[in-house]
Design a binder for this molecule. Structure first.
Ligand code: UD1
Length: 367
C-alpha cells in the first residue's frame, strides 16, 4: 500500500508525525511525504521536522507565501503531477490550512482517495480562511478522522455518510505525549510564573486598532505577571507595518517563533496561556493549564466545555480580569477529552490499512 502525506504549515507537522511513525511500523506500506512549502522559514518548518523526527520530505513544492487564491492554486498546480507520477492508494491531509484544501481538491479530481485527519471541526465563522478549508476538505474526503464527538456530529449534520467517519481522537496529543518528557526551553532568566502569548489570526493582527489595544492589554498584564510572547512572522510584519514596535513595555518579552520542544516546555509550566491558535487550546486542555482564547468562537468547543479553555472574545477588559481571576486561584483545570491518549496515529493507520484497495487507475482527464 502506498500512502502519500501532504503537509505545508507549522500546525500540520505535529499532526502528521504520529501517523508517519505508525505507518512506518507496518510492513508493506510505502510512504511519500510532500511538503508544499507554505511555511518555509527554518523556525516555522525545519526545526519541527527535526524535533518531531519526521523524515526529509520526498518532494518540496516550494510554494511560499502569496494571496490565498495564488497560494492554493500554486499548490494544486504543483501537486497534480506528483500525484499522477506516484499514484498513491491514499493521500492523507491534515488540519485546515490552505495546503489541506488544495491537496484534497487535486486528489478528488484525480479520483485518488483522500483521508482528512482532524475532520469535522467547525467554528461556524466563514470569515476565517480555515473554516472554508475545513468545509471544502470534509466534503471531498473519502475517510474523515474526527478528534471528538462534536466533529462527528457536525459531519453528520452536513450530510456526510456515517460510514466514512471514524472517531479516533486527537492526533496532535500523540506528539505531545511522546515528546513532553524531552521538552526543554533554554531561554535565559525564565521567571517562575508567567503568561505565554501567541497571536497570529488575521482577525486579531491585521486590524491596527485592535492590535494596538491587545498590545496595551499585554502591557497591563505584564505589570502583574511577566509576559513571554513568541511572535509569528505574520504578526511581526503587522506590528512593523502598523508602527507598533515601540508600544511594548519591558514586562513583555518578545522572542522569535519557538521550536516545538521549547514551546511545549513553556506551555507546560505557564501560569496562563493567552492565544488565538487552534492547537494551543487543545494542548493546554491536555496539560490542564489555564488558556484564555482571544476569539469570539472556537472550532474546538470541547476545550471550553470539558477542558481548561475560556473564550474571552475580543474584550480586552475581560482579558485583564480573567488573568487576575486565575492569579487569585479562581481556575478549574478541567478534564482531558476521551481518546486524547497518545494512540490516535495508530488508530488512523489501522483504519486505512483495513480499507479496500483502489481498483481504478490514476489518470488525468483533460477538459
Ligand atoms: C497559516 C494557516 C493557519 C495556521 C497558521 C499557523 C492558512 C489559511 N492559515 O496561517 O491556519 O494557524 O499557518 O502558523 O493556511 N511567513 C513567513 N515565514 C513562514 C511562513 C509565513 O515569513 O515560514 C509569513 C508570510 O509573509 C505570510 C504570512 O507569514 O504572508 C502568513 O503566512 P500564511 O501561510 O499565509 O498563513 P499563516 O498566517 O501562517
Amino acid at each position: 500500500m502506498h500512502i502519500l502525506h501532504v503537509v505545508g504549515a507549522r500546525p500540520n507537522f505535529m499532526k502528521a508525525a504520529p501517523v508517519l511513525h505508525a505507518f512506518a511500523k507496518e510492513t508493506n506500506v510505502l510512504q511519500t511525504l510532500v511538503h508544499t512549502g507554505q511555511h518555509y522559514d527554518v523556525s516555522m518548518s525545519d526545526v519541527f521536522f527535526r524535533e518531531l523526527e519526521i523524515p526529509e520530505p520526498d518532494v518540496n513544492l516550494r510554494v511560499g507565501s502569496s494571496s490565498h487564491a495564488q497560494q492554493t492554486g500554486e499548490i494544486m498546480i504543483r501537486l497534480e503531477p506528483v500525484i499522477l507520477e506516484r499514484k498513491p492508494d491514499w493521500v492523507l491531509v491534515y488540519g485546515d490550512v490552505n495546503s489541506t484544501a488544495a491537496a484534497a481538491l487535486v486528489c478528488a479530481k484525480l479520483r485518488v482517495k483522500v483521508a482528512h485527519v482532524e475532520a469535522g471541526l467547525r467554528s461556524f465563522d466563514r470569515s476565517m480562511p480555515e473554516e472554508i478549508n475545513r468545509l471544502v476538505t470534509d466534503q471531498l474526503a473519502d475517510l474523515l478522522f474526527t478528534p471528538s464527538q462534536d466533529g462527528t456530529e457536525n459531519l453528520a449534520r452536513e450530510g456526510i455518510a456515517s460510514g466514512k467517519i471514524r472517531l479516533v481522537g486527537n492526533v496532535m496529543i500523540d506528539s505531545l505525549v511522546r515528546l513532553l518528557p524531552k521538552a526543554h526551553c533554554a531561554l535565559p532568566n525564565l521567571p517562575e510564573r508567567y503568561a505565554l502569548v501567541t497571536m497570529h489570526r488575521p482577525a486579531n493582527v491585521d486590524d491596527p486598532d485592535f492590535l494596538g489595544d491587545l498590545l496595551d492589554t499585554l502591557n497591563r498584564v505584564g505589570k502583574v505577571l511577566p509576559v513571554i510572547f513568541p511572535v509569528h512572522p505574520r504578526t511581526r510584519q503587522r506590528i512593523g507595518e502598523h508602527k507598533l514596535s515601540d508600544r511594548f513595555s519591558e514586562s513583555v518579552r518578545l522572542t522569535e517563533p519557538l521550536s516545538y520542544l521549547e514551546f511545549l516546555s513553556l506551555q507546560s509550566k505557564a501560569t496562563v496561556v493567552i492565544t488565538d491558535s487552534g492547537g494551543i487550546q487543545e494542548e493546554t486542555t491536555f496539560l490542564r493549564i489555564p488558556c484564555l482564547t482571544v476569539r469570539e468562537n472556537t472550532e474546538r468547543p470541547i476545550t471550553a466545555t470539558l477542558g481548561s479553555n475560556v473564550l474571552i472574545g475580543r474584550n480586552m477588559q475581560r482579558l485583564s480580569e480573567e488573568v487576575e481571576r486565575i492569579l487569585a486561584g479562581g481556575f478549574s483545570p478541567g478534564q482531558i477529552p476521551p481518546l486524547w491518549d497518545g494512540r490516535t496515529g495508530e488508530r488512523i493507520a489501522r483504519e486505512i490499512i483495513s480499507e479496500p484497495r483502489r481498483t481504478e487507475a490514476v489518470t488525468m482527464h483533460h477538459i
